[in-house]
Each structure stands twice: as C-alpha cells, then as structure tokens.
Design a protein around this ligand. Structure first.
Ligand code: NCD
Length: 330
C-alpha cells in the first residue's frame, strides 16, 4: 500500500490488517500518556480544501499520537480551486518534506491526481474528495461494525477477521455521499451484505454496478439489519429539489424511535456526522443506547493511526538522512 485513495483498492487481507492494527492502537487512547514514538521525525500534512472539523482533528490526533510532526494547511476559500492550485500547493508541501499528505478536496479525483502526477513523493491519503470517496471513514465504520457484530475469536486481535454475512443498511443521500460509496466497496470486500435505501432522486446513476441491493422501503429494510447507517442530507451540494419537503423526507427516510424499534435487538445505529437532528435521524435515536455515533469518532483516531502507521511505518531510510553516517550530504 503506497497511498490510500479508494477502499476499492484494498484487498480483504489489507483491509483486515488495517482493522487489526487499529485494534492494537485503540488501547493507546486509554493510557495516561497517549503517545507512541513510531513516527518520530516524520511529517504529516493535512491539506484541506473543504471545511471539516472531525476528520481534520482526527487525523491530527492520530499523527500526533504517533509522534509525527503535523502541518495544517487550510486552503478553503483560495481562488485557485482546480489543477494548478493543487499542483502548486503540492510542490510547496513537497519542498517542506511531507512524508504523508492527507487531502480533502471538493473535486472528486483530486487525491488521485496528486498521487499519480507525482507532485509529492509522500503517501497520499484521501480524506474525502467531492462526492466520490472517504476511505478512512469507511474503515472506521467497518472497525466499529466489527467490534459490535463480530465476537468469535479469530484474527490477530482476537476478533473475527471480517464481516462475513453481516447485513448493513445505508440510508439517505447516497447521491452526494462519499461515505456511502467507500462503505459499499469496503463492506462488500469484507463479506457484508449492503442495502442502500434512498429516494430514487438521491441514488446516483450507475448504482446498479455497485455491489449492493437497493430499496425504497426503510421499514422492511431495518427489520433484517445488523446495523443501520444514516447519511446526512447534504444540502450544500444540492442545486435542485430532490424531495418534496423535509417533513416528507423524515417520514419516509428518517430514523425515529418507532422505526429503530423494528431493528433486531442487537442492531446498532451509525452516522458519520455531522448530523441533521430531526431530519435524517431523530434526537432520541442519536442519543439512544443503540447509537454508536460517538464511538465512531473515537475509533476514527485509532483507524487513522493504523493507516498512517502502515503507510509510513518504521524509521526513515538512513540513506536519506544526511545527519547519520553514510547519508548523502552533497
Ligand atoms: C462526512 C464527509 O465529510 O463526507 N463527514 C465526515 O467526514 N465526518 C459526511 C458528511 O459530511 O455528511
């Protein structure tokens, strides 16, 4: 693994390795000193062209807990929003010696461009590109699902390795959601059955090629689900009316207590955040004991630590270091 651009690039074994590594790293968060020396001397750049709170902070916490140096570059509002802007920024970061670039961009494909044009020699991690993908969110979701739904001893951390046979229902604004696509691909790789429930206007063209089932009937979908993942209605990406009214949307595609009670007893409720309380999820459900939404945030740090560790792991190559003997000084 050189970069993390799409969950579609991960084999089952690679995905399981990330989850198992995250399992080991999760314990660091409960220690009095939440730090490991693993990435000392490495530089991680957070390059965010789009607003973000939890994802940026989560990557920052992950990098710092591994002792990396973190540079935060917030490029939102910059007038150069396309190719050249990204290229010049990347070259600047390269000149600063970035070992990893965590990039969030409003254009789908921007992280791929950064990685494939070789504007940086560092590892590129996609932290959300347009409406395309958000691989670390899907990995933290898979990690959370595995902790709740799989208990039989297997895998290096004593957990079942994958999500074989588990049923996950993803509900809402699939059209604008990079979380949905990354999850559909990853959960399929891990053996889960994924059902998307959305109004027809909020399903993307080509969804028939995704490894999922689709349905318009949330009541029946929740009944067979081990987990129900609600998506935010992304009004900032909507330039037209996709449903008659908020009330109508909530009634058909929102998760309230009555609907949650139709889920099997062991089933959990997820949401990547930020939530529109009262729209796709009621406040009661968001705060209920079946909701793992806060835990998703905690798990996000461990999963991002695992990704950084596996992409950058170990000490820098001494041949690159002019301060050690044998390094190239000229
Ligand atoms: C998601 C995103 O930005 O794609 N949020 C996140 O990363 N925590 C989902 C969303 O914005 O609804």
């Amino acid at each position: 693994m050189t970069h993390l651009l799409s969950t579609g690039d991960l084999t089952r074994d690679e995905a399981v390795r990330i989850l198992d590594t995250a399992e080991e790293l999760l314990s660091v968060a409960s220690r009095p000193i939440k730090k490991l020396p693993t990435l000392r001397g490495r530089t991680v750049v957070n390059l965010f062209f789009e607003d973000s709170t939890r994802t940026r902070i989560s990557f920052e916490a992950a990098a710092k807990r591994l002792s990396a140096d973190v540079l935060n570059f917030s490029a939102k509002g910059s007038s150069t929003s396309k190719g050249e802007g990204l290229k010049d920024t990347a070259l600047t970061l390269q000149a600063m010696g970035a070992d990893a670039v965590v990039v969030r961009h409003h254009h789908s494909g921007a992280p791929h461009r950064l990685a494939h044009a070789r504007w940086t020699s560092g590892a590129v991690i996609n932290a959300g590109d347009g409406t395309h993908e958000h691989p670390t969110q899907a990995l933290l979701d898979a990690f959370t699902l595995r902790r709740h739904l799989v208990t039989e001893p297997a895998g290096t951390a004593g957990r079942g390795a994958d999500l074989a046979g588990r049923r996950v229902t993803i509900v809402g604004d699939v059209l604008h959601s990079r979380v949905a696509r990354s999850n559909a691909l990853l959960l399929h790789t891990l053996g889960a059955h994924v059902t998307l429930v959305a109004p027809p206007t909020l399903l993307p063209v080509g969804v028939d090629t995704w490894p999922v089932e689709t349905s318009y009937d949330l009541d029946s979908a929740v009944e067979g689900s081990d987990a129900v993942m609600m998506l935010r209605v992304q009004r900032e990406r909507m330039n037209a009316s996709y449903f008659p009214s908020e009330r109508e949307y909530s009634r058909r595609f929102g998760l309230d207590t009555a609907r949650m009670n139709r889920m099997p007893g062991h089933a959990i409720v997820m949401h990547p955040g930020p939530m529109n309380r009262g729209m796709e999820i009621s406040a009661d459900v968001a705060d209920s004991d079946r909701s793992v939404i806060v835990e998703q945030v905690t798990n996000g740090v461990a999963v991002r630590m695992a990704v950084l560790y596996l992409l950058l792991g170990g000490a820098p190559d001494p041949a690159d270091d002019p301060t050690t003997e044998g390094g190239e000084v000229a």
